[in-house]
Design a protein around this ligand. Sequence first.
Ligand SMILES: Cc1ncc(COP(=O)(O)O)c(C=O)c1O
Length: 476
Amino acid sequence: MLLLEPEARSALWRRLVQIIEEYTEHIDAWRVTAELDPDKIRSMLAPLDFRRSWDPLDALEFAAENLWRYQTHTPHPRYYGLFNPAPTTMGIAADALVAAFNPQLAAWSHSPVAAEIENHLVRAFGVRFGYDPASLDGTFASGGAEANHTAVLAALARSFPEYAQKGVWALRGQPVFYSSVESHHSFVKAARTCGIGSDALHEIAVDSGLRMNPEALQSRIAADRADGLAPFMIVATAGTTNAGVVDPIPKFAEIAQREGLWLHVDAAWGGAAILVDELKYLLDGIALADSITFDAHKWLSTPMGAGLFLTRHPAILTRTFSTPTAYMPREAAHLSVVDPHLHSLQWSRRFIGLKVFLSLLVAGWDGYAAALRRMTAMGDQLRRLLADSGWKIENKTPLPVVCFSHPGGPEPEAIARDIVRSGEAWISTTRMGGKVVLRACITNFRTGDNDVRALVESLNASRLRQGAAHGAAAQA
Ligand SMILES: Cc1ncc(COP(=O)(O)O)c(C=O)c1O
C-alpha cells in the first residue's frame, strides 16, 4: 500500500495535476478566507481512526476539498496579507519533483547536483547583493526565522570563540545585540534558543520614519559597555514586517565597523528590491553586512519554505555548525566540497533550492524584475485610491505594503474583522507608534487593478457599515 500499483499511480497523478490546475485557474473566484471553526474540523477528522484503508483518489479528494474549504487562500489575488505569495508554477513543479526524488541534503555525495545547484544560487544571490564571489558563502534555510537564527549563532561564534564549545557559561559579560523596535520577532526566539535569553536583545527606538535611530543605538552600545555587557551584533532590517521600512544600512555598517560588531541585514522580504533597478538604491550598503537573510518564499513567490542565509565570511558557517561524525558518508572526503549539514542548523533536509532554481531559470532576473515592478505599481495604486477615498496613509515606503487609517473612522480592527468575515479579501491590522492601523500588502504577482479597486470599495463599504453600527450603538 505504500507504493501504489502503476494504474492507481497514474490515476492519482492525473487527478493531482487536475486539482492543482483547477486551484491555480479558479482560486480568484473563491472567497479568500475560511470559516474558523475548530470543532467542525475536529469532528470531521474524529472518525478517521486509520483502521480502514481508503481508496487513494478518495483520500486525495478529501485533502483537496478541505484545503479549498478551510484555508485562508494566500495564493488568492485579494489576499493582502503577510508576505505570503502565490506560488510560482515552476516552484510547484519543483516541490513535486523533490518529493519524488527525495534527495538528501545532509551529505554532498548523496545529492551532488542538488548541493551544487544550491551553491550556485548562493553565489548568484550573493553577487546580486554585492558580495565578492571569491569569499561569499551561505546556506538555504526553512525561512527567514531560521536564517536569522543562523545569523545570531554565527555572530556569537565570531565574537566569542569559546561559545560553541563551552556555551554561555564561559562568557565574561552578558552578550547583547541590537535591532529596532520594528524588527522581526524571530530575533527574540533566536536569543532564547541560543541560550543568551531574550533580554539579550536590546530594541532600539526608531525615528519618525520608523527607521532604527543610529544615535540611540550608539548611546545604548556605550551604556551597555559601561555596564560590563558584551555587545556582539547589530541587526538592520531591509523591509520591516509592519511597514516595509528600510533601515539606513550604511550608517549601521559604520557603527558596526567602529564598534567591532557583526552587522546582519534582515532583508527577508525587501531584499528582492535588489533585482529592480529603480528600487535597489534602498539596499545601498548591504554588501557591507557580515550576513544577510533573504527569503525566496516571500517576494520571489516560491512555495514555502525557502530562506537563504548569506555571508561574506567563508569560514563562519563551518565554525558555527561543523560537527564531525563517524557515520556520515565519506565518499566525497577527497573532493573540495562541503557537506551541507556542516553548514546548517538542519541535518537531513529537503532540496529547498530547486523551487528557486527552476523559477529563476524560467522567469530570469528580468521576469522577476517585471513581476516585482508590477506589485510595486499596485502598491502605489492602492495608496492613491485610498487617499482619494479619504484614508490616511500612515507609513512611508516605496515598497508595496500600505498602512492606513481613517481619521475619525471606526476602529481598524472592526473593519479588518468585517472584511475577513465577508471573504472578499484578507487584510490585517498592526500597531504603529502606539496606534492601531490597517495593513495591506501586495504580495501576489497576480493582484491587478481590479483587485485593488475591489479592496478599496470593500474598505469604504465596511467603514460606512461600521460607522452606522457605531452610531446606532451610541444612540441606544
Ligand atoms: C523581516 C522579516 N524577517 C524574518 C521573517 C521570518 O520569516 P519566516 O516566516 O520565513 O521564517 C519575516 C516574516 O514575515 C519578516 O517579515
